[in-house]
Design a protein around this ligand. Sequence first.
Ligand code: PGA
Length: 229
Amino acid sequence: MKFLLNWKQNGSFAEIENFINNVEQGQENEIIIFFPLPYINFANNLTLRKAKSIKIGAQNVSSFLKGAYTGETGASMLREIGVTHSLVGHSERRIFFNENEEDLVLKIKNLKSENITPVLCIGETKEARMDGTFLETLKQQSRIYLENCLIAYEPIWSIGTGLTPSVEQITEVACFIQDTLKIDMLYGGSVNETNISSIFQIPGIEGVLVGGAALSWEKVNKMMEEICL
Ligand code: PGA
């Protein structure tokens, strides 16, 4: 199973070192950690020495290859610091940084040209869930999916709120993704030690994208324990 751990804008050298020293590497699980950009090189050097099976991802990438784009980081730069995966279109980027479909298409293309796996994040608002148009939203957001990307279903109303969709609701989306894209998906949104085992039992789920609970190695180890039971 895939464990994608999104640290968002959190952490410090000390916290990251402590996390990597203590998180279980787990034989059956693929762990990919998305630390903030300034820590990626440091984290990669640490994992090379101490936790070879852990991969390091980026939370974002520039939609431009290179040039006069102050503050941006290109896909080739991420590859040079050992990044294997990058999130694309996380709802926080769509909402706070106005990322649109055109940007995301370029991001995916640039990542693929550097052999970095894009993790395309999709998810509906609370309103779209309530009025029943959520599948339409997901259909639109997932149409930029390209082969060999991962797809993470993260309902916006579930991120950081402690609310998770029911098993039936996640199953419905997993079936929709299997029908339309012919792949399994990751689930993200308030995943923790208590709900992870029921999420992993859902057919069509290949892993989780965890935010809040990913900041604690104790919680991550407990989550991995839970799915082995
Ligand atoms: P959460 O975040 O686990 O804190 O809900 C998930 C995410 O934003 O990827």
